[in-house]
Design a protein around this ligand. Structure first.
Ligand SMILES: [Cu+2]
Length: 273
């Protein structure tokens, strides 16, 4: 386990911006693909399988404490932070991107094109799917395909959260109310996407997982801006977020972690078509 990574507070990186997956420039999309392709080609703790495996299988299940609890947002913020560092170790300009999955009468439910296309320039798109760690497959009884699949909007799946749903959670001023409601919307996105994303044990192997959780992280950031004094319960602030060497308190400021969400797109209004 590479838990010996230095704490983010030790670094003085200038703030970099995560952008919407539907608004990446060609160069930003290429950096994202190149960084995913690079980590997918590494089998040790710098690689994709290692990071994806922290969330669910292979054992131990890292996020055990991180769903259905007030650790949900801090734990996943730390998780994205260390994964983004792994991407940037390979492609220094790479940044995570968010999937704005909100629907409305003018916004159809869909997976962003950069993640949805199978090939780019006649090469495999590393954002479309990824291999699942063989140990994770065997520990789960080999019940899922060895390469991630999706089944968006399958019959019976919940619909994606709406613009109004997100607005309603952003208006909750208490942290626990907010995180509980937001986690519910987050679950619907996992189930709507289907395939590996629909199972905690395998979800993080699907490349779109990171864009989904980036959206969740961005909503937390927007909520923090809207409710400046609201914090997680005081008893949690100095708790660690294993396996990450970070406490809840150390996740509270995205700018201290060296990133933010693009100002022009941090509006909670839907983008103009
Ligand atoms: Cu999730």
């Amino acid at each position: 386990m590479s838990t010996g990574t230095p704490s983010p507070q030790a670094t003085t990186t200038p703030v970099r911006f995560r952008r919407s997956a539907s608004r990446l420039t060609a160069g930003q999309a290429k950096n994202l693909r190149d960084s995913f392709a690079a980590v997918q080609g590494i089998d040790d703790d710098r690689g994709y399988g290692y990071h994806a495996g922290i969330h669910g299988l292979p054992l131990p299940i890292g996020c055990d404490n991180a769903h259905g609890s007030p650790y949900f947002l801090p734990w996943h913020r730390a998780y994205l932070y260390f994964f983004e560092r792994a991407l940037r170790d390979q492609v220094p300009d790479a940044m995570l991107t968010w999937w704005d999955w909100r629907i409305s009468p003018t916004r159809a439910a869909k997976i962003p094109k950069v993640f949805a296309v199978k090939t780019v320039d006649r090469k495999r798109n590393p954002l479309f799917s990824a291999k699942v760690d063989p140990l994770a497959l065997s520990q789960g009884g080999n019940q899922v395909p060895a390469t991630t699949v999706r089944e968006p909007g399958a019959p019976g799946a919940p619909s994606l959260p709406s613009v109004a749903d997100v607005e309603a959670v952003l208006n909750l001023s208490d942290f626990v109310d907010f995180t509980t409601q937001l986690e519910g919307l987050h679950n619907d996105v996992h189930v709507w996407t289907g395939g590996h994303m629909g199972q905690i044990a395998y979800a993080a192997f699907d490349p779109v997982f990171w864009a989904h959780h980036c959206m969740i992280d961005r909503i937390w950031r927007l909520w923090q801006l809207r409710h400046p004094g609201s914090l997680p319960p005081a008893s949690l602030l100095d708790q660690a977020l294993p396996p990450f060497r970070m406490t809840v308190r150390q996740t509270l400021s995205v700018t201290a972690l060296g990133y933010d969400y693009a100002v022009a797109s941090s509006s909670t209004q839907p983008p103009t078509p």
